[in-house]
Ligand binder design. Structure first.
Ligand SMILES: *Cc1c(COP(=O)(O)O)cnc(C)c1O
Length: 391
């Protein structure tokens, strides 16, 4: 049986069956090979492992596992999502023009605008949910389209297949940051994307305890370039963190199922709340990206953004939530609430932030696996005026 025959939820648990035997002990859990170097049997011979910056058995297993989830031939594990994106940057040629989603993770935007600029990359941000905007931004040196769908934090949906077709007919490649939906809900390579990048810190590791980042691709040249960057710059994920990532991925499918279920219940409850003025969630039928997301993803995810009626409500909610943590990050078993204006998107200038809709009344929720009723109670209580006496 090859990995392509297996469903993603099975692969999460079993790993890639073509890549099973690590040692002769029959260990069901992948061992942590905490070794910096590996001895050679004789001159000119190698066990396949020489030095852990280049290749480590625990990491090798994880990389093949994540590649199998994404239906990719090649996978790379880095010490966080930003390190994964940076490694990709290091493979771009100076003078390359990149078209990016304007609804992008704040850290990626910072990377493009600072270090990317120094490396000679030119970036244009457009609303990629409309292909016309991509066409209009294209130039003779445009080689890369870089998108997130759903976007962050405005949940804009970009049509992966259409964007990939456009990219390929113009000699460009499409990179998709798939952090929000994970390979369990969305598989961009099968829709035509050339590269998938994701922050494993979020859903894949899933417990808010480990940083990790992944790149997967079927493009041999990109894979060779990434292998060179990994070897040369040394940002690959260490063995113990690889072990935690492998363990996290085992429960990815059940966690995501529960998180999506909880998210839908919370959206239904928030829709009735008088302090909420608008909800951004791809599962809302009236949302712009509903149909496209439905056509390319298996679910709506568990990220919800919403506008409240005033900054006072924002302050009240962030101060009053009891079981929901006011913290950055997302995707873990714990529900987190984030204030993009001062957290994830603090580096975006205020007028630009407001123009884009990342106002001081916007909150973002990453829904965990707690009981949905408790989460709804916590949120609705925190939204109420004069809630302090009652707590
Ligand atoms: C968190 C995140 C990143 C960066 O990942 P780290 O693991 O925090 O370095 C990149 N893209 C998206 C969409 C993210 O949410």
């Amino acid at each position: 049986m090859t990995s392509t025959d297996l469903c993603t939820d099975t692969l999460c648990v079993t790993g890639n069956p073509e890549y099973k035997s690590f040692d002769s002990t029959g260990a069901v859990s992948v061992p942590i090979y905490q070794s910096a170097t590996f001895a050679h049997p004789e001159l000119g011979k190698s066990t396949g492992f020489d030095y852990s910056r280049l290749k480590n058995p625990t990491r090798d297993y994880l990389e093949k596992l994540v590649a199998s989830l994404d239906r990719a031939e090649y996978g790379f594990a880095f010490n966080c999502g930003m390190a994964a994106i940076t490694a990709l940057f290091d493979t771009f040629e100076s003078g390359t023009h990149v078209i990016c989603s304007d609804d992008l993770y704040g850290g990626t935007e910072r990377l493009f605008n600072t270090i990317g600029k120094k490396l000679g990359l030119e970036t244009t941000y457009v609303d990629t949910s409309d292909l016309e905007n991509i066409k209009n931004a294209s130039k003779s040196n445009t080689k890369i389209i870089y998108i997130e769908t759903p976007g962050n934090p405005l949940m804009k949906i970009t049509d992966i297949k259409k964007t990939a077709d456009y990219a390929h007919s113009h000699g460009m490649i499409l990179i998709v940051d798939n952090t929000f939906l994970t390979p369990y809900l969305q598989q961009p390579l099968l829709l035509g994307a050339d590269v998938v990048v994701q922050s494993g810190t979020k859903y894949l590791c899933g417990h808010n305890d480990t940083l990790a980042g992944f790149v997967t691709t079927n493009n041999k040249q990109i894979a060779e370039n990434l292998e060179f960057v990994t070897k040369t710059t040394g940002s690959a994920l260490p063995p113990f963190d690889c072990y935690l990532a492998i363990r996290g991925i085992k429960t990815l499918a059940v966690r995501v199922e529960r998180q999506c279920e909880n998210a839908q219940k919370i959206v239904d409850a928030l829709a009735k709340n008088k302090h909420i003025t608008k909800i951004l969630y791809p599962g809302l039928k009236e949302s712009k990206g509903y149909e496209v997301n439905k056509s390319q993803a298996k679910g709506n995810g568990s990220m919800i953004s919403f506008y409240v009626d005033s900054v006072q409500t924002v302050e009240r909610v962030l101060k009053s939530v009891k079981i929901i943590h006011f913290a950055e990050s997302l995707g873990g078993v714990d529900t987190l609430i984030t204030y993009p204006a001062t957290q994830t998107h603090a580096d975006v200038p205020e007028n630009e932030r407001n123009e884009r809709g990342i106002t001081d009344k916007l909150l973002r929720l990453s829904v965990g696996i707690e009981n949905a009723d408790d989460l709804i109670h916590d949120l609705t209580k925190a939204l109420e005026e004069n809630n302090y006496e009652s707590i």
